[in-house]
Design a protein around this ligand. Structure first.
Ligand code: IMP
Ligand code: MG
Length: 180
């Protein structure tokens, strides 16, 4: 069973769910004020469990879509961000809420924000489940952050190691022997 590969749990399912309720309220307050109907855009594949947990708490109108960008080779970011799958909806003159699993170096978010601005979006915000500020190489912050995590490679709740462990219902750190 995949949970046996975990050395320690950093965030339990309950902690994540409770935080999603708080985040959803905070986001809702902001969009209620502006009266916009945003497109909530999940970055595949890591955002899927978080996005599902979050959007079911939204009581304001929104549309949802997905994009796939860039790649991550093992445990190190390779830096170059490419669109692998584009959105279905047109985002011109729309407000965008990007959903990320984790902001690490910040390169992905910088490039994705730039791309949305170039496409003529009115407003681009980001909500991320996790933030690893100690790893940042670009000056960027998400507008809404679930949890700050230390400089450790984490898996679960959407986050993978070589495409595995995304389906764990919590966030944890792998046993060192798994990387060998
Ligand atoms: P950034 O461009 O360096 O901010 O990288 C963001 C992407 O790197 C995330 O969407 C993840 O896919 C991946 N990533 C960064 N840190 C981790 C981690 O600790 N575990 C799993 N994936 C990670
Ligand atoms: Mg990702």
């Amino acid at each position: 069973m995949i949970a046996q590969d975990i050395e320690k749990i950093l965030l339990s399912e309950e902690e994540i769910e409770n935080r999603c309720v708080e985040l959803a309220h905070q986001i809702e307050e902001d969009y209620k004020e502006s009266g916009e109907t945003p497109i909530v855009v999940g970055l595949l594949k890591g955002s899927v469990p978080f996005m599902a947990e979050l959007i079911k708490r939204f009581e304001f109108p929104c549309e949802i879509d997905f994009m796939s960008v860039s790649s991550y080779d093992g445990t190190e970011s390779i830096g170059d961000v490419r669109i692998l799958k584009d959105m279905d909806l047109s985002c011109k003159n729309r407000s965008i809420l990007v959903v990320e699993d984790i902001i690490d170096t910040g390169r992905t978010l910088v490039e994705v924000k730039k791309m949305f601005k170039n496409k003529g979006c009115l407003d681009v915000r980001c909500v991320t489940l996790l933030d690893k500020p100690s790893r940042r190489v670009c000056e960027i912050e998400a507008d809404y952050v679930g949890f700050e995590v230390p400089n450790e490679f984490v898996v679960g709740y959407g986050l993978d190691y070589s495409q595995k462990y995304r389906n764990l219902p919590f966030v944890g750190v792998l046993k060192p022997e798994i990387y060998q």
